[in-house]
Design a protein around this ligand. Structure first.
Ligand SMILES: [Zn+2]
Length: 306
């Protein structure tokens, strides 16, 4: 059985936004530790993420913004790019590795070296807009991978499935006028970043969920709205913006998902991939801030993908 590609990089551990910030390096370790405890590390093929290039980022970001991040003055201790997102001297390598992981994953999957890849990276990406950082995100990692699949490999239909508890407003902004990309998203609403509920597009399938919704509401949303749209779209490849902050134990939000819901949605996504996309899936970490629940949820997710 082909193993899945597991992509990370030690640079992703160096970026820190201050004591008490929920988007912290220990998230990566928590996932790794749970994978080890569940003996999953023996079943993955490990790769280190390369640095994304300016050209690869420029497919989805404005060069003015890229250059602002690239030209960070190392004499500065820190600069706030957004009220939640601080750049320090260690942020740039982490952000470039995070986006580069998606480039490498896309290359591995589209050259048939692996069917499935998981990127255990940070900073996350789905709030990053074409022209600015937002909500802990520097570059829109998943969008960088999708654009690579389209530009380098000529794919015509790519789907992004985003079950992070927050609306992936950056991803939507990047692909809002690109019918080659279907974005299916569930998110708590009204909630940060307060967008997505009023989108009217046949390739952006947003499903706002009220606070305190549990797995039954989530599953119904996916079954009634994501799956029929995906069936019609017939994607050639699937990307997952895998945020696990909708977990009941994650205090950042008020949804009440559990590991079994992540298992279920991953099975549904895998079925779509097997039917339409030769099983090609790239999953990348977005949110998830309660370390124990995060590690267990990622393990549940990966067990299906394996
Ligand atoms: Zn989130």
């Amino acid at each position: 059985m082909p193993t899945i590609a597991y992509i990370d990089h030690p640079d992703c551990l160096l970026h820190e936004m201050g004591a008490g910030h929920p988007e912290r390096p220990s998230r990566i370790n928590a996932i790794e530790n749970q994978m080890r405890a569940s003996h999953l590390m023996d079943s993955v093929h490990h790769y280190e993420a390369p640095l994304a290039t300016r050209e690869q980022l420029a497919r989805v970001h404005e060069v003015q913004y890229i250059d602002k991040v690239l030209n960070f003055n190392d004499q500065d201790e820190s600069v706030y790019l957004d009220p939640d997102t601080m750049q320090t001297p260690q942020s740039l390598p982490a952000a470039l590795r995070a986006a580069g992981a998606l480039i490498h994953a896309t290359d591995l999957v589209l050259t048939n070296q692996h069917k499935v890849a998981f990127c255990n990276i940070r900073p996350p990406g789905h709030h990053a807009l074409p022209d600015r950082a937002m909500g802990f995100c520097f570059f829109n990692n998943v969008a960088v991978g999708v654009a690579h699949a389209i530009e380098k490999y000529g794919l015509e239909r790519v789907a992004i499935l985003d079950f992070d508890v927050h609306h992936g407003n950056g991803t939507e902004a990047i692909f809002t006028d690109d019918p080659r990309v279907m974005l299916c998203s569930t998110f708590q609403h009204p909630f940060y970043p307060y967008s997505g509920a009023d989108t009217n597009s046949d390739h952006i399938i947003n499903v706002p969920l009220p606070a305190y919704s549990a797995g039954d509401v989530f599953r119904e949303a996916v079954t009634k709205l994501w799956l029929p749209a995906l069936e019609q779209f017939a994607p050639q490849m699937l990307f997952i913006s895998a945020g696990f902050d909708a977990h009941e134990q994650d205090n950042i939000s008020y949804l009440r998902l559990h590991e079994k819901d992540y298992t279920w949605v991953t099975e549904e996504i895998l079925a779509v991939a097997n039917k339409h996309a030769e099983g090609r899936i790239i999953s990348t970490l977005e949110g998830g801030y309660e370390l124990d629940a995060l590690g267990r949820s990622v393990v549940a997710h990966l067990k299906v993908l394996m």
